[in-house]
Design a protein around this ligand. Structure first.
Ligand code: UD1
Ligand code: CA
Length: 453
């Protein structure tokens, strides 16, 4: 069975009030249409995306050359949209029709939808709603067989009472679509070529219509405005949080948890409120993440404590480290085991050896720091001369006094000591003490200035 998924994403989404095409608005950090592509790919041999408004922006953002792009220059309706993808689809295939603004349909539902699709049967996903306003209504005959869909704007008062509605997601034989789509008329309340009119054609032509239901409403919820976008985001995040809690993580408040990517957790992980995880993040066993941290594309070892308000990006953190509060660990940072990086410390493209401490108010950039080295408060690696970046190398058991500027390229060898307030421009050999500051001058009997007048 050859399955082609056709994803409709040509609409402007005017109710989003945005310059960004609707399909590119994100759920959990991923464009909505990308969610649909990812799930559909698992049941399809080919993916076709129908684009119109912002077509070039959508293509560029998705940047996937396995996708067949179909252009719908004017948005003349969902039936017209599907027709644009048909030239690329063989008549004996199954066509699964999906929407770029319905991001969270599950794989098992799509699998159900594409099964048993033949020239004599199609599958239609429907849901029953307490408030069906706005949706196409499912019309059934005396034998409870589906015979038509009537759009809300075309429905009679009687039909508007029907609670079973069209989700829009349909799976149908390609040959039938090729026959039916060109015959649709736009003689209706919206002057559009409705895809939904194929249901009446199917019924008239003896093609049975099987209805399939999603496991939850979230699967079929579409996004038309920013309020719905936020609602779906929260529901999805809650699902992700529940999945992690079922795997043993303690999440202090699953309503204040955000994962925009893949988060893998070890045993006994504790995640306090308002944390954001982006990209691929893994937390080892017994990691504690304090409130308000942002952790992106990083690997965190076992028994690590990340204190509140820390930001960690593209870093590797060993076991038993302590980070923050208010630490900024930037890309290319590697912390070995038992490292402490304290408050208002920024690190970038640096490795810090086991047992070393950088406790307060410090910038470590382009540096290699050995083991058991202690960096005093207010130390700066001056790694940039305005043109080039240079490296700072500190050996094992080094002690850097507070308020030191290490003007790179510079090395302090094993056991070297730097006195507080130094500006270090020359290498320091093993076991040497370097002090580079003006000697203190005390003036006896000094009179403080007095206020004038
Ligand atoms: C559609 C269904 C309705 C169903 C509802 C479920 C039709 C005629 N109606 O109505 O039965 O209950 O979805 O949400 O199908 N699009 C295009 N090109 C177009 C028109 C639409 O690509 O010319 C895309 C839109 O970008 C959107 C999707 O198709 O992603 C649905 O279009 P929309 O206008 O929102 O349809 P509804 O009126 O919601
Ligand atoms: Ca819609």
């Amino acid at each position: 069975m050859n399955v082609h998924t056709v994803i409709l994403a040509a609409g402007q989404g005017s109710r989003m009030h945005s310059a960004l095409p609707k399909a590119l608005h994100t759920i959990a950090g991923t464009p909505m249409v990308q969610h649909v592509i990812n799930t559909s790919k698992q049941v399809s041999n080919a993916i076709h995306v129908v684009v119109g408004h912002g077509a070039e922006a959508v293509k560029a953002a998705i940047n996937d050359d396995t996708i067949h792009w179909a252009l719908q220059e004017q948005q003349l309706g969902t039936g017209h949209a599907v027709l644009q993808a048909m030239p690329d689809i063989d008549a004996d295939s199954v066509v699964l029709i999906h929407y770029g603004d319905v991001p969270l349909t599950e794989l098992k539902t799509l699998q159900l939808l594409v099964s048993n699709v033949t020239p004599s049967n199609l599958n239609l996903m429907t849901v029953t709603l307490d408030d069906p306003a706005g949706y196409g209504r499912i019309i059934r005959n005396d034998k409870q067989e589906v015979v038509a869909i009537v759009e809300d704007k075309d429905a009679t008062e009687q039909q508007k009472l029907i609670n079973e509605v069209n989700t829009g997601i349909i799976s149908v034989n390609a040959g039938l679509l090729r026959e039916w789509l060109p015959t649709l008329s736009n003689n209706n309340a919206q002057g559009e070529y409705y895809l939904t009119d194929i249901i009446a054609l199917a019924a008239e032509n003896g093609c049975s219509i099987t209805t399939v239901q999603p496991s939850s409403m979230l699967e079929v919820q579409g996004v038309n405005n920013k309020i719905q976008l936020a609602e779906i985001e929260r529901q999805y995040q809650l699902q992700l949080a529940e999945r992690l809690m079922n795997a043993g993580a303690t999440i202090r408040d699953p309503r204040r948890f955000d994962c925009r990517g893949q988060l893998v957790v070890g045993q006994d992980v504790i995640i306090d409120i308002n944390n954001v995880f982006e990209g691929e993040v893994s937390l080892g066993n017994s990691v504690v993440v304090g409130a308000n941290c942002v952790i992106s594309n990083s690997t965190i070892g076992d028994d690590v404590i990340i204190e509140p308000n820390s930001v960690i990006d593209q870093a590797v953190v060993g076991d038993n480290c302590q980070i923050g509060p208010f630490a900024r660990i930037r890309p290319g940072t590697t912390l070995a085991n038992n490292v402490k990086v304290g408050n208002f410390v920024e690190t970038k493209k640096s490795t810090i050896g086991s047992g070393s401490k950088v406790n307060h108010l410090t910038y470590i950039g382009d540096a290699h720091i050995g083991q058991r080295t202690n960096i005093g408060a207010g130390t700066i690696t001056c790694n940039y001369d305005g043109v080039n970046k240079s490296k700072t190398i500190l050996g094992d058991d080094v002690f850097i006094g507070s308020n030191t500027s290490l003007v790179a390229p510079v090395t302090v060898a094993n056991g070297g000591t730097v006195g507080a307030g130094s500006t270090i421009t020359k290498d320091v050999a093993e076991q040497e003490l370097a002090i580079a500051r003006r000697e203190q001058r005390n003036i006896k009997g000094w009179k403080r200035p007095k206020k004038k007048g």
